[in-house]
Design a binder for this molecule. Structure first.
Ligand SMILES: Cc1cc2nc3c(=O)[nH]c(=O)nc-3n(C[C@H](O)[C@H](O)[C@H](O)COP(=O)(O)O)c2cc1C
Length: 379
C-alpha cells in the first residue's frame, strides 16, 4: 500500500496472490499410486563411481542422506546396474546380489525416515560399459585394467577406440530381462518406493531404441515396434516384481540430437503406448548420449520443452531435467503444467539444501527445516 494513494504498490497484488496461495506449485504434494511426494523436486540419479564390487558405502549414504535432509521430495540412487557386465566402470553400483541390497536398504530407510521418497534407477550400460571413471578420463579399459566384454544390439562400438559389443542373441536378451526383474525384487526388498528404469543416455535399453545403434534384422530391430520390444519386455518384467501400488518412472532420451536417430516424434509415439499400457507413471525427459558428436543447445531449462511436449501429446506425467538451477525456473515449469516434477542434478550437488533455500525464495510457508537445524533458519 502506498501512503500517498492508498492503492496497492506495483507488485503488491502479486505478492498478495502468492500469500493467499497455499504453497508455490513446486511445494505442492502429489499422489502417485499409493504414495504421496511432499514436493515436486527429485534428486537426479548421479553415478559416484565410488562403489566396490557394486556395493555402496558411507560415501553413498552421506551423499543421498544429505539431499533427503535438504528437502528433496524424491531422492534417487544413481544408475544401479542389474548385472556386473552392465556397469559403466568398476566403481558403479550394482544390485545383482543380496549384499548389495542390504547396503542399499540402509540408505532407503534413512531417506524415508526423513520424509523423502527413496527411489532407485535400474540400469544396464550395454556397449558404453568397461571404461575408466570420469576423473580417469572415461577411457576404454585395457585387459590389464580389468576390461570386460560389453554387449549391445549390434556389433557397433559407441565411439572409435571403444570395445566392439557382442550383439546379443535371444538367450542373452532373456538373461538381461531376468536380471532387471531380479534387481526389481531386491529394490522392493530394500524398501525403495520408486523405480526409475534407465532407457536413456546411450545405455543398453536406449541402444535398442535408436536406429543409430540398433541394426538388427530380427524381431528386436528395424521397425519402431521391434526397436521398442526390449524396453516393453523389460517393463513387463519389472512390473511383475514391482507392486502395483508403487510408481514406476522411465528415463528416456527424447532425442538423440543426431540426424537419423531417435527423435521427438518417436518419443511421443512410445509415451502414448506407455500411457495406454498403464504401467509407467512418470516419464523423465532427458536427451542424448547415443553419439558423442551430438550438439545439444545447452541453456537453463533447455529440456523443459520436451517434458511439456510429452506431457501434452501423450497425456502422461513428466519430469523435466537439465540445467534447472533457480527456484523461479523450477516453479515456472510446474506452475505452467509443463512438467509434474523437476529433476535436479548439479544444482543439488552444488547445494544439498537447494529445496529448503528454494522454499524460502518462493515464500513457501510450510516447509519445515530439520528440527536439529532449525536455529540456522535465520538467513
Ligand atoms: C556426476 C553425474 C553423474 C550422473 N549419473 C547419472 C546416472 O547415474 N543416471 C542418469 O540417468 N543420469 C546421470 N547423470 C545425468 C544427471 O542425472 C542429469 O540428467 C544431468 O546432469 C542434467 O541435469 P542437471 O543439469 O540438473 O545436472 C549424471 C550427471 C552427473 C553430473
Amino acid at each position: 500500500m502506498t501512503a500517498m494513494t492508498g492503492r496497492p504498490a506495483a507488485g503488491e497484488n502479486e505478492r498478495r496472490i502468492l500469500q493467499r496461495d497455499p504453497a508455490p506449485h513446486l511445494f505442492r504434494p502429489i499422489d502417485l499410486r499409493s504414495i504421496t511426494v511432499k514436493n515436486r523436486i527429485m534428486m537426479s540419479p548421479m553415478c559416484q563411481y565410488s562403489a566396490s564390487d557394486g556395493l555402496t558405502d558411507d560415501w553413498h549414504f552421506a551423499h543421498l542422506a544429505a539431499r533427503a535432509v535438504g528437502g528433496a521430495g524424491i531422492v534417487c540412487v544413481e544408475a544401479t546396474h542389474v548385472e556386473a557386465r552392465g556397469r559403466i566402470t568398476h566403481g558403479c553400483v550394482g544390485l545383482w546380489n543380496d549384499a548389495q541390497r542390504d547396503r542399499l536398504a540402509r540408505i532407503a530407510e534413512f531417506v524415508a525416515a526423513r520424509g523423502a521418497v527413496p527411489a532407485i534407477q535400474l540400469a544396464h550400460a550395454g556397449r558404453k560399459g568397461s571404461v575408466s571413471r570420469p576423473w580417469q578420463g572415461t577411457k576404454p579399459l585395457k585387459p590389464e585394467e580389468g576390461a570386460w566384454e560389453v554387449i549391445g544390439p549390434s556389433a557397433l562400438p559407441h565411439a572409435p577406440g571403444h570395445g566392439v559389443p557382442r550383439a546379443v542373441d535371444r538367450g542373452l536378451i532373456a538373461e538381461v530381462v531376468d536380471a532387471f526383474a531380479a534387481a526389481t525384487r531386491r529394490a522392493r526388498e530394500a524398501g525403495f518406493q520408486v523405480i526409475e528404469l534407465h532407457s536413456a543416455h546411450g545405455y543398453l535399453l536406449h541402444e535398442f531404441l535408436s536406429p543409430l545403434s540398433n541394426r538388427r534384422d530380427d524381431e528386436f530391430g528395424g521397425s519402431f515396434a521391434n526397436r521398442t520390444r526390449l524396453l516393453l519386455q523389460t517393463l513387463d518384467a519389472v512390473r511383475s516384481e514391482w507392486p502395483s501400488q508403487l510408481p514406476l518412472f522411465v528415463r528416456l532420451s527424447i532425442t538423440d540430437w543426431m540426424p537419423g536417430g531417435w527423435d521427438v516424434a518417436d518419443s511421443i509415439e512410445l509415451c502414448r503406448l506407455l500411457k495406454a499400457r498403464g504401467d509407467v507413471d512418470v516419464v523423465d525427459c532427458s536427451s542424448g548420449g547415443i553419439d558423442p558428436r551430438q550438439a545439444p543447445p545447452l541453456h537453463p531449462g533447455y529440456l523443459v520443452p520436451f517434458a511439456e511436449t510429452i506431457r501434452r501429446e501423450a497425456g502422461i506425467a513428466t519430469a523435466a531435467v537439465g540445467l534447472i538451477g533457480t527456484p523461479e525456473l523450477a516453479e515456472e515449469a510446474i506452475a505452467n503444467r509443463r512438467a509434474d516434477f523437476v529433476v535436479l542434478g548439479r544444482a543439488l550437488l552444488h547445494d544439498p539444501y537447494w529445496p529448503l533455500h528454494a522454499a524460502k525464495a518462493l515464500k513457501a510457508a510450510a516447509v519445515p527445516w530439520p528440527v536439529q537445524y532449525e536455529r540456522a533458519n535465520i538467513f
